[in-house]
Ligand binder design. Sequence first.
Ligand SMILES: Cc1cc2nc3c(=O)[nH]c(=O)nc-3n(C[C@H](O)[C@H](O)[C@H](O)COP(=O)(O)OP(=O)(O)OC[C@H]3O[C@@H](n4cnc5c(N)ncnc54)[C@H](O)[C@@H]3O)c2cc1C
Length: 333
Amino acid sequence: MNPAPWRIVGQGLAGTCLAWHLWDLNVPFTITDRAHGGSSRVAAGLINPITGKNFEPSWRIADFLPEAISFYQKIETQLDKTFWHPHPILRLAATPAEWEKIQSKRHLPHATPWIDRDHPIPPDSNAHAAILLRGGGRLDTLAFLHASRDFFQHHQIYQIGEIHPHDPDPRIIRCQGATGLLENQLGPHRCAKGEILTIRHPLLDPAHIRIGHGGWIIPIGNQTFKAGSTYDWNNLDETPTPQGAQKVLEILQKHGIRNPEILHHQAGIRPILRRSEPLVGPHPNGGWTFNALGSKGSLYAPGVARQLTTWLLQNQEPDPDLNLTRFLSHHAR
Ligand SMILES: Cc1cc2nc3c(=O)[nH]c(=O)nc-3n(C[C@H](O)[C@H](O)[C@H](O)COP(=O)(O)OP(=O)(O)OC[C@H]3O[C@@H](n4cnc5c(N)ncnc54)[C@H](O)[C@@H]3O)c2cc1C
């Protein structure tokens, strides 16, 4: 007798990437989603190889980035659509101290593959210096989710619905994002609300993704940009607030952008257990889970979904750093 189909819960980046891996291997599954909320629906889709104030390459970037890009490109070919938009990243240093940090790290072997060259400072950007990074870009996350949903719907394996948090089915795979973590299913979490604006401004240069002054500005075409983002660890809801919009406008102002036309204002909750390092494994409530993509779902979801697929189907455990069982036993001690 054939085993029952796997039941993926959640069609964010985690559930969608997992679904594609199972589809490719001809493994029966269904995917159920609330069809609203979730952080993938608001994510800007940025992949930035070297991140943060410390100018550190993202965790395991050299492995996960090429895999993510070829994964998205494969689905693009299959669906005849474009989701991945490679883009140079202009990283601004706001102060001499920040520039000094960049200078101290740019020649390190794990950073050099992503460094292009010094770059002139954009006018009015209040920056001290600027450097161009390569290898990054933007995933049109919403387009990827919608096209995938349509595909799976067409094949009658996608349904809108709500799965009970304690459903004990051993074939369930919970890809519930922050909803799963806020229920404390996996112990204490560090989920963070984020707000993001979609703006139009005639003076912004669409040639680069711009990162600096504690935020980013991402060109998405037609002089339109995504700008963000805020971090709030206390008010964990998906409601956009005037305060959140104001914070993003302040970031824009530091970049020299005043009075942009605001087209859209969204909020979501990043699913975080420890930084932006995802976890997969058997779930304490039964079945399996894939969660904790943090702020970097577009980078990690494809590769982590592949490792989970191998675990599910061949009983081959993933990279120990992704193993939820190890993580939970370490934190129980
Ligand atoms: C403002 C903001 C900006 C961001 N920008 C970026 C960025 O530029 N680059 C990047 O890589 N990442 C970014 N992120 C992070 C990114 O959104 C996450 O890493 C990623 O989307 C998480 O995906 P997920 O599938 O785990 O969760 P989600 O996207 O939250 O998906 C979970 C899904 O499960 C569904 N669900 C939950 N419970 C149930 C249930 N019981 N029954 C049925 N369905 C259920 C939800 O409705 C949702 O559709 C951003 C996040 C925010 C908030």
